[in-house]
Structures are given as C-alpha cells and as structure tokens.
Write a protein that binds this ligand. Structure first.
Ligand code: 13P
Length: 338
C-alpha cells in the first residue's frame, strides 16, 4: 500500500495510535506499580485484552508493538499482528534500541539501533508490520538540549526513516522533549522548535518522502515541576503555532505522545488543539500511559477481569477519539469506568 495512504489511515479522523511498545524494562515499572509479576504470560494477557477491546475498531488506527509482542500468538491461535488487523487497525513496531548516554555527556542521550536495521525491518515486514517507531529523547535544562544531542538524534532519526521507507513501511518520527523539570512553556517552545527544525533538515537531506511519515511530538507544555501553570487553551495555541512554523505541510499526520500528562489532561489538551486546528495536518494521539493507565489499574485489581480492563480502555480510546475531532467534553469523563 502507498505509504501516504497508510499514514493517513493510522491518523484518520476519530482515530489514533495505541503505543503498546513498552520495552521489557519499562513494562516492569508499570507492572510493579500494580503489583503484577513481569513475566511473558502476563504481558501477553494484558496486551491481548486491550487488542480484543471493542474500541479497537472505532478509535484505533494503529498499534505500536514491542519485538516480543509482534512474535506472540493469542490464546486463540492468531498472531498478534493478525488480531490487530482483524479489528481494522495497522500493526507497527518499535525498532530503536533505546536512548544511550552520549559520549562525554552526563545527562544527554542519543538513540541507537541503526546497525543491522535494514535486516530487522525485512523481518518485521514479514511478521506483518506496516509502520515503525523510533524515539529520540531530549532533556531541557540550563544549556540543554545541546547542539550535540539535537544534531546526533536528528541524524539517527533521518537515517532510520530512510531505511524504513526503503522497506515499504511508514516511519513514525518521535523527537520527545521531556516534560521532566521546572522549565516553563517558553523554554519548551524554544527547545521543541530547535529539535523539530533540525529533524526536518536531516529528513530532507536523507531524501525521506515526508508524505509517507507520521510525526510523534511532545505538546508544548510547562515542565512537570514548573510553578507557572497554564491552561489547555494556551498549551493548544503554543503547540499548534510551533508545529505550523516547523513542520512541513507535506507531513500528513501528527500523533502526540502523552509524556506523563494524566489521562484526562492528555485528552483535554489534544481536544483544544483540534478545536483550533486550521492546518491540513491530521492531529491525533499516539498515547501509551494516556490510553492505558486506567486499564492497568483494573488489571492490578483483578487480572482476570477482562470486562473491567476493557471498559477502562474503551473509555479512554473513545475520549481520545473525540479529542482527535475536537468533540471531547469534560462532562463525558463522568461516564468513566475507572
Ligand atoms: P506515553 O504516551 O506514555 O508518553 O508513551 C508514548 C510513547 O510511545 C513514548 O515513546
């Protein structure tokens, strides 16, 4: 299928992306918080419960998987990519190998995973993946993110994206400026601007066809320890302004990460952005915690309660589906299962 068509399907109005690609280390933290043992059987059970939810068909355009999950079979014998496709969503795969300390730096990273990527991509395609994800991470602090981090990560993201398109899949380009810290919204705006600018410079240099990509950025938001709180309208205004100025209009879809916002905050902010979206970008969600936090809590209460896990997930998927159209209302949160 044409890459532009895949990208538009992943971000279709009313739909977004479920990021279920937590590495074994990250899911260990999530399971620890709900007192669930981090073993393969539990990881499969939780994820297959989400992928079997009724919300999948209506609100989820794509699912990002981790290497372990794309190889697993459900208890009914379907492979996980088959299960996702059965619901009309597109299976995708995280292909980076994580953020590693930059040489000479104490607190900045570069994302690795380019070695052998061409061969891994071929295998993932054969397993059913039609899009991929690579996440670069940037920290805001005094003099950070540095030019070293911005340039190194942009180069890796662009080389990744070029290889993915060669393998006939859509690359999700994820430059995440972290929410951690006490920086204000202006500092986030500035860092996000610099990061996006460099990414698109490198993507063009590597001849990536932007029409066959999806951008997964952070919202422009104050740091989690910042004392100057701003409302959702301001976050939406600053975020959209930053995207308009720095993302080429050929990019068909922009799917935000939730990045540590609460579930309701991430729905509310996405909704405000879509209420004022006067661009051609399809703007939606690609949430991990923003879609799964309540469902995880239910899983922690009772691992066998498929119904309550799915009810919590269905609710979040529906709320975010509405936000992707600017139709979310705070009052609808009261119907919440969790
Ligand atoms: P969060 O929505 O929890 O930030 O996760 C999204 C993601 O895929 C990070 O790479």
């Amino acid at each position: 299928m044409d890459l532009n068509i895949i990208a538009k399907k992943m971000c279709a109005k009313g739909k977004g992306i479920l990021a279920a690609d937590e590495s074994t280390g990250t899911i260990a933290k999530r399971f620890k918080s709900i007192n669930v043992e981090n073993i393969e059987k539990n990881r499969l059970y939780f994820r297959q419960t989400l992928f079997n939810s009724s919300a999948m068909t209506e609100y989820i355009g794509g699912v990002i998987l981790f290497d372990e999950t794309i190889r697993q079979k459900t208890t009914l014998g379907l492979t996980i990519p088959e299960l996702i496709s059965k619901h009309g969503a597109i299976p995708g795969i995280k292909v980076d190998k994580g953020a590693k300390l930059l040489a000479g730096s104490k607190d900045e990273t570069v994302t690795e995973g380019l070695d052998g990527l061409r061969e891994r991509l071929k295998e993932y395609y054969d397993l059913g993946a039609r899009f991929t994800k690579w996440r670069a991470v940037y920290r805001i602090d005094k003099n950070l993110p540095s030019a070293q981090s911005i340039k190194s990560n942009a180069n890796a993201l662009a080389r990744y994206a070029a290889l993915v398109q060669e393998a006939k899949m859509v690359p999700i380009v994820e430059p995440e400026v972290l929410m951690d810290g006490s920086h204000n919204i202006d500092e986030c705006y500035k860092a996000t601007t610099n990061v996006l600018n460099e990414c698109y410079k490198e993507l063009k240099l590597q001849n990536v066809d932007l029409k066959g990509t999806v951008l997964k950025p952070n919202m422009v938001i104050p740091g989690s320890e910042c004392e100057d709180k701003v409302d959702a309208e301001e976050i939406a205004k600053r975020t959209l302004d930053c995207l308009k100025k720095n993302v080429p209009s050929e990019v068909p879809g922009i799917a935000f990460l939730s990045g540590g916002q609460t579930e309701v905050e991430s729905s509310k902010n996405l909704n405000e952005i879509n209420k004022i979206n006067d661009t051609s970008f399809l703007i939606t969600f690609s949430y991990g915690r923003g879609l799964q936090a309540s469902a995880l809590k239910e899983f922690g209460k009772n691992q066998n309660s498929i119904e309550s896990i799915q009810k919590a997930f269905n609710h979040r998927a529906k709320m975010n589906g509405l936000s992707s159209k600017g139709e979310w209302l705070e009052s609808l949160e009261k119907d919440s299962a969790a």
